[in-house]
Design a protein around this ligand. Sequence first.
Ligand code: HEM
Length: 209
Amino acid sequence: MLPPSIKRYHYWTGLLLSVFILAHLANHLVALWSVTAHLEVMEALRSVYRHPVVETSLLLAVVGQVFTGLRLYWRSRQQPRQPLAGRIQIFSGLYLAFFLLVHTGAVLTGRAWFGLDTNLYFAAAGINTFPFSLFFVPYYFLAVTAVFLHLASLHYLKGRRIWGESGARRQALGIGGAGVLVALLILFAMTNQLQGFPIPADYLRALGK
Ligand code: HEM
């Protein structure tokens, strides 16, 4: 039996991370308009999330979210087989645990080890350079989709009591569908509308090129 604080902790760190992730993904969507606008919005957001107190809280939330999520996954394995929504929640959560650790680790390594400004070009380097794109395109697509699927399944499981079975299912499908659309739009922006970005040499060096 898990202490109830694990679930509560997962909820609060998830809420904090959701605020960051929403702003983060919206910022990536701004790149659909222009890279300059995206970089300007990122600078404005950085003045908030790179404040030492905010960034430390965010990084602790990443570690806490992954740790508590894995504990919840372990508990679910000892319970009877979950319905589809429960399984979607578990598998999207497992992918997010992997992604959060690798993605945050890569950003911190890019900054501390390679001395890079981890801006759009840092992510675009992997997405636009073959054969790295074979990994990075699905890696980012699944990450954005997993965020929305994790929230959609939670919404369905909790919202059934309020909106009824079919209402909650419709809304959850809407959230999941929005996730696929947002993931495709971000990749469209990150590939310079499928035409590819010229990547500065420093960012290619981080890929070992
Ligand atoms: C296609 C989607 C995404 C791209 C291209 C992307 C790219 C980036 C980039 C370039 C940074 C560095 C930002 C900076 O230096 O200011 C960053 C930071 C970060 N991203 Fe993402 N990201 C994506 C999706 C996500 C998702 C889905 C999550 C969470 C599930 C996430 C979580 C984070 C976190 C926690 C950081 C570290 C923030 C910090 O500096 O403390 N990202 N991302």
